[in-house]
Design a protein around this ligand. Sequence first.
Ligand code: CO8
Length: 374
Amino acid sequence: MTTSVVISGTGLWTPSHKITNEELVEAYNGYAEKFNADNRTDIEIGELAAKPLSSAEFIEKASGIRSRYTYIKDGILDITRMRPNIPKRADDELSDQAEMAIHAAKKALTAANKTAADIDAVIVSCAYTQRSYPALAIEVQEALGIKGFGFDMLVACSAATFALHRAYEMIAAGTAKGVLVINPELTSPQVNYGDRDSHFIFGDVATALVVEAAETADAEHVYEIMSTKAVTSYSNNIRSNFGYVSRANDSDPFANDMLFHQEGRKVFKEVCPMAVEHINEHLQRHSLDSSNVKRWWLHQANINMNSLISKKLLGREASLEEAPIVLDTYANTASAGSIIAFNLHHQDLVSGEIGLLCSFGAGYSIGSLILKKH
Ligand code: CO8
């Protein structure tokens, strides 16, 4: 008999600090004007390019983002700093990302009607972890009193869906009875707030999900994972060179290439058709098509990407009820975007209805799950 694997609870932790486009643009423009004044001579002789100004209208039109949450606001809008000021914690204190993860994990456990005793595997999966070891997942496991094992995973924007794939396989194989998948997306330390093209894109958040066998699930809202599908295809169009080798190759730890950077237009053009093909193939595996899907919990990187993808899938614009958007308030939260959409927009589905969860981003990486409400 094959085990039916379900998602039985989700948790969302939203930081209390919020930055609007207007606040962000005012800080960036102040920084750019100061940079241009300080470097006027080099700019005049063509040695240095002047920094162009940003605009809140452009940001909303090009991305759908109006504001974002940040773990710490202090420092980001300071034009002499342009990065969050996150105090260093001692080794015996809970780390920042573990703290974010625990907030979301507790909510997911409550929603799933579970306690630590029901979980025996913890996966912390996100775009960055603040240290290499010990794994954040093991720190979270210890703090929550979970027996078993934990490990960290990095798959940029597809970290959450790829971790759900692993959780699904572990439950199906019987190697775990309850898995907590947690995505503490602390993106703000990697954002180049002095770069007009990308200063507005990201926000911080943490999401969590409980994955278990259908036979142990007793929560109010339970979703069977009908199947998972993943694909990766190498691309340098979204990149960060930050890493532990920098010390050995004498690179500047504050250089622009150590931060998130991208060829946004190329990403848009290349990833949209990949995502459409991927989703159609996944649905075909179950002899389904887009008309069978009640809800699309799509990755949240750019509203124009989502509307293009849903237009190609449905042959028309998707309504906000069919394909919810959380970008306007959360911005791009790396792998957590589709999970936030799921968290906020899943309870109204009725038994037997189908939804599709899909991430797409750096790598390139695409991950999808077809979910059926119990
Ligand atoms: N204000 C005013 N004007 C601007 C601004 C700005 N802030 N930025 C750019 N412009 C200008 C450009 O210079 C350009 O001017 P011109 O036409 O004179 O050259 C014009 O506006 C148009 O610029 P673009 O062509 O760049 O504008 P787009 O319409 O393409 O929009 C986007 C830019 C929003 C970046 C868009 O291309 C996009 O969203 N692409 C998809 C990118 C994407 O989804 N990337 C995924 C990245 S996330 C990911 O994979 C996870 C990584 C790990 C997490 C990292 C955490 C830090």
